[in-house]
Write a protein that binds this ligand. Structure first.
Ligand SMILES: Cc1cc2nc3c(=O)[nH]c(=O)nc-3n(C[C@H](O)[C@H](O)[C@H](O)COP(=O)(O)O)c2cc1C
Length: 201
């Protein structure tokens, strides 16, 4: 039996391409493992608070004050979900060439020194192992080829964030040209669904 953590971060509700494809990914995974347990976090509807001057040390260093203890407790909860998961499915729209700030805040809470990554004489070391990550990247434009390729901060950033924690099994599903009109959107959905259908292959 596997544990699946599902994070959505699109602001667009039912119009969201990434939410549709994340749901398809979950269907695909649960068809292969009907006993899988699922934990959902909607980072857009229920945003994680930004790290605050009063409490951030609870995540990055020691927790002593009430604000630091509260930040530490939330970080503990999010990290526990991460460690418990075998597979993490993320809906990550491209916002201003990068990721939604709500998703970035999730990383701010789970990237914790001594817990999800460490430093040694050999440099940084990721402490999160044995995870599979599937990331749906919805984008208004086209970045996987052509002149805008160099503007894609989203995919390299996500790869780096997970890589820093030690997670290297990351599959990106790109749904591109969503802003090009209904036909392009339909095509992106069809192509992405074909990729998702092969997830377990
Ligand atoms: C705040 C915001 C910023 C965006 N920035 C970009 C961008 O930099 N590049 C791009 O191609 N599309 C951009 N878009 C378009 C979205 O990536 C596109 O609509 C995508 O489908 C959003 O994912 P969703 O359908 O899951 O909501 C932006 C949309 C919003 C709401």
């Amino acid at each position: 039996m596997s544990n699946i953590l599902v994070l959505n971060s699109s602001l667009s509700g039912e119009a969201s391409v990434s939410r549709l494809l994340v749901a398809d990914a979950v269907t695909e995974l649960t068809q292969r493992d009907p006993n899988a347990t699922l934990v959902f976090r909607d980072l857009a509807a229920n945003p994680i608070p930004h790290l605050h001057p009063d409490g951030y040390a609870g995540v990055r260093a020691q927790a002593t004050t009430p604000a630091e203890l509260a930040a530490r407790a939330l970080s503990d909860e999010l990290i526990a979900e991460l460690f418990a998961a075998d597979t993490i499915v993320i809906g990550a729209p491209m916002y201003n060439f990068s990721i939604p700030s709500t998703l970035r805040t999730w990383f701010d809470h789970v990237l914790r020194p001594g817990v999800t990554f460490g430093y040694s004489e050999a440099g940084p070391k990721g402490l999160v192992t044995g995870k599979r990550v599937i990331i749906v990247e919805s984008r208004g434009g086209l970045y996987s080829e052509g002149p805008a390729q160099a503007l894609d901060v989203q995919e390299p950033y996500l790869r780096q964030l997970f890589g820093f924690m030690g997670v290297t099994d990351v599959t990106f599903v790109r749904a591109e040209k969503i802003a090009f009109g209904p036909d392009a959107r339909d095509q992106a959905l069809t192509e992405s669904r074909a990729v998702l259908a092969k997830l377990g292959a």
